[in-house]
Write a protein that binds this ligand. Sequence first.
Ligand SMILES: Nc1ncnc2c1ncn2[C@@H]1O[C@H](COP(=O)(O)OP(=O)(O)OP(=O)(O)O)[C@@H](O)[C@H]1O
Length: 540
Amino acid sequence: MTSGSKAQFALSALAGVVAGASQAYLLVFINRSLEDGQRNASALAVSFFGLCLLVFFSGVLSVTLLSRIAQDNHYNLRLRLSRCILSTPLKDLYSCGPQRLMAVLTDDIGSIVQAQDAIPLLFVEGAKLVAALVYLGFISYKLLILVFGFLVFGLTSWHLLQRWARRWLKLAREADDALFGHYRAITEGFKELKMDARRRRAFLDRELRETANMIRTRRNKASLIYALAGRWSQSLYFLLIGAILFLPLLGEQVERESLTGFTLTVLFIGAPLAAIVNVTPALGKGVAALKNIEKLGLGASAEADVGTGAEAIDLVSTPSTLELVNVSYRYPEAEGSRGQHLGPLNLRIAPGELVFVTGGNGSGKTTLALIILGLFSPDSGELRLGGQPITQQQRDAYRQNFSAVFADAYVFDSLLGYSNDELQARVEELLVLLQLDDKLRIENGRCSTVDLSRGQRKRLALLSAYLADRPFYLFDEWAAEQDPVFRDFFYSRMLPELKARGKTVIVITHDDRYFHMSDRLLRLTMGQIEELRPALAASA
Ligand SMILES: Nc1ncnc2c1ncn2[C@@H]1O[C@H](COP(=O)(O)OP(=O)(O)OP(=O)(O)O)[C@@H](O)[C@H]1O
């Protein structure tokens, strides 16, 4: 919280307390006018309506300010969490899984916001309750002790029931993660599920149904316990009123006026008590959501700030030698399989070299690419640029040296940071070069469409990489989805042209027809690099 929002919070909390306390004070007036009849009626009326105005304005002020703070927090939370995800190392992100992240970004943020929305109500209702209890103390401290006894017993038993309900809610929330995984399967595996009725049935009737049913059962249990807790507290409340009304039967002498005032006040506290009891589940869900976010550990091992990246871009180096020295990397072990291991890898790529990397499926080419790009930190060994080891703090700056197109390239519908009048001419030129000019337009940095074929999407990703135009280029099986003509154009024209411009280019490829175009050909086998065609300079 900034000091401005702290002051706003303090003011709104104060207004909430004033609103609640003055509502309770209205009760004193009501009680007094009932006791006094028409005596002092005009003086009481002035104070009464004055107090009504105070209740109105302080209530509006408190709720508005606190809602505004809640919205500010919501806004900050969305931004902070997104920034936090982007500063998390890729390895940690892989181990969270995309479905958990989606559940956090949708469900958990929503729960936190609902909890924050409940806070203004807590202040107003809490203040009403406290003020009413103070008034009860003035009327009769003995009866106040009785009320306290009931409150402590009621709240303790209610709290235990709440805890039980929250346990079920927590289990339901865990199943939500699995549900998001199924939703992903529906959207991303839509075609496969549509094509095979047997598979679709198994998916809908077993996987999805089981998870959805588990969530339904767990949430139902939580709701039942919440309902029990609610009814239980209400029953206790009536029991309390009964106890006060019928105390004389137990031989306890209480004045009639005190009894009336007391009963009226106890009836009055029913509403704030119920309101507090009703908003508590929202608070519980909010706390559980916060714990979920904490449990992901996002940002715990955060890399240097990846905020705007402006500071990092200033560090882009001129072409330099890239080295991997005794680098090794292991994927975390999964159930039933040992984590794949790469290394130790030693590699030196000189500025301006065109290096092809090949190897069988699963040999570790993409993993090597992710290490070279600084997206995976090696478990041991180091990465050096221009002879300088890359530290954890420099990793984001280091990554800014690369223009990369991944095998599963994501295509943004805008150029994000690469749209200005100067670049527009280059964009037009690239659209023609990549034969996309009859498919889409890019105006003010926004693409007219990204509904393109896979090959075309890869070309659009290449356009983005060209616009960034860093000293290093890395392509992971870029040409795999291109037609023979364009594939030839890529290897015979585009790669030599990049090399001629002094770029260091690393190409992961299975296209053996073009292996001769490279300066060096590396092969990965079982996580080890083998040099098939050494650098011309080295072999000379
Ligand atoms: N996220 C991951 N978690 C655990 N293991 C992984 C993960 N990604 C890849 N692996 C394992 O690491 C090994 C190397 O994978 P990688 O994607 O680097 O291979 P590749 O050579 O690029 O394969 P392909 O030619 O099929 O693209 C594989 O055996 C794979 O099982």
